[in-house]
Design a protein around this ligand. Structure first.
Ligand SMILES: [Zn+2]
Length: 126
């Protein structure tokens, strides 16, 4: 495997060098829209922490919506968890329902499981 020396960053929690992997993310967009995004993220195997850039998520979301749905991109959203690759594929093809996706999803346990940089992402307001 090739290593990019320019892309070495550290986990904000334990300072271990982070790795890069694709994660099928499940994103909930207000008021009621589910969006699946297979995104390359940094992650720390130590903490089980996934790190993504807010800007990257938002531009990929914008690219994923058709013109008439584009207005939803400005809405609040929450990255809820990840899926197994095969579940993600089925979800993307529409062969499993959003309810099934939620059942199969690995929900992030707390904020540390998913960190968006720069700090501009907040959990859903209560
Ligand atoms: Zn860590």
């Amino acid at each position: 495997m090739k290593r990019k020396s320019s892309n070495q960053s550290k986990c904000p929690k334990c300072e271990t060098k982070t790795k890069v992997r694709k994660f099928p993310l499940v994103i909930h967009i207000e008021p009621q829209q589910m969006f699946l995004l297979n995104k390359q993220c940094k992650y720390c195997p130590n903490c089980d922490l996934i790190i993504a850039k807010k800007q990257e998520i938002e531009s990929l979301m914008a690219a994923g919506f058709s013109q008439e749905n584009l207005q939803i991109v400005g809405n609040d959203y929450l990255v809820m968890g990840t899926l197994e690759r095969q579940d993600w594929k089925q979800g993307n093809q529409g062969s499993i329902s959003p309810a099934e996706i939620i059942e199969r999803m690995y929900v992030f346990q707390d904020q540390w499981n998913f960190e968006v940089v720069p700090a501009g992402w907040y959990p859903r307001e209560s």
